[in-house]
Design a protein around this ligand. Structure first.
Ligand code: G1P
Length: 289
């Protein structure tokens, strides 16, 4: 059973400044709903009700969003606008929310390790809210849990990413072990490679001029709790960051990581272009034009 979902949400959102100076990037809206709310809804559809959020300074709006708002509720009570609050109120009822603050931004691995006190000793899901996915009812987290139930090891979500964008992602290599469910046993992983790294990573077998895309990690994971001990012992990279990819590589070397190529559409809402694409996608879906 996967009972808890961890949401690393302490990052600065530099690419969205000045919008993110006082507003957490996870609270940027896609139409009327903040990115993080989409993530929480995805976890709920995967039957996860315990949301564990790693926040940081200046992120109080996140806690307020998933809480009652007595003043607003009493102002709207009995008016024709009351229904605007229905959706978020119903959602909050279904889940619990716990928080821990990450005091220093030392990478995604460090953010996940900071969440250990909220997770404890059990397998858990991770959602990076700025990777927004639309999977027609079968969310990526549900897809990963299905794979986890079969293999009982860490599971990562992957997608084919064009070579031109690869420097923003972690890449993986591995063997297909289940064609029907697009599942791979991960053999190797590399975080944010440049073209030189990529050639080395693929053991000189790849002609970069011909390689259109690589299997890359997107922001959804199921992690087994031994990941915390591994993270504690991981050395920071040259940017001073502790990477989850490095910790997963340690598990992968023992054959304990599988990757699932997701079914659905993902938007990189960490970039302005991806964010705009997501807004257009959901507007079209809602018949707004
Ligand atoms: C993180 C991971 C990276 C992954 C990406 C997906 O990077 O470290 O492996 O490909 O999320 O969005 P970040 O975007 O936090 O720099």
């Amino acid at each position: 059973m996967i009972n808890k979902c961890l949401f690393p949400a302490a990052g600065y959102g530099t690419r969205f400044l000045p919008a993110t100076k006082a507003v957490p990037k996870e609270m940027l809206p896609i139409l009327t709903k903040p990115l993080l709310q989409y993530g929480v809804e995805e976890a709920l559809t995967a039957n996860i009700t315990q949301m564990a959020i790693v926040t940081g300074r200046g992120k109080r709006a996140i806690e307020d969003h998933f809480d009652n708002s007595f003043e607003l509720e009493s102002q709207l009570s009995g008016t024709s606008k009351e229904f605007y609050l229905d959706e978020i109120k119903a959602m909050i009822e279904k889940a619990t929310f716990t928080y821990v603050r990450q005091r220093q931004m030392l990478g995604l691995g460090h953010a996940i390790l900071t969440g250990e006190s909220l997770i404890g000793n059990e397998p858990f899901a991770v959602i990076l809210a700025d990777d927004l996915c639309d999977c027609s009812g079968n969310g990526v987290t549900s897809q990963l849990i299905k794979i986890y139930n079969k293999y009982q090891c860490s599971v990562i979500a992957i997608e084919e990413i064009p070579l031109t964008q690869i420097e923003r992602y972690g890449v993986i290599s591995g063997d297909l072990i289940d064609g029907t469910n697009n599942t791979y046993r991960v053999a190797n992983m590399f975080e944010k490679p440049n073209s030189h790294d990529l050639i080395k990573f693929s053991e000189d077998k790849v002609d970069l001029n011909k390689a259109p895309s690589f299997m890359s990690i997107i922001g959804r994971y199921i992690l087994t709790p031994d990941i915390f001990d591994i993270l504690r012992n991981i050395k920071a990279n040259k940017n001073g960051e502790i990477q989850i990819t490095d910790a997963l590589l340690a598990q992968a070397k023992q054959g304990r990581v599988v990757a699932h190529k997701i079914k659905g559409k993902r938007f990189d809402c960490g970039s302005v272009k991806g964010y705009l694409e997501a807004i257009n996608h959901f507007a079209k879906k809602d018949g707004i034009s």
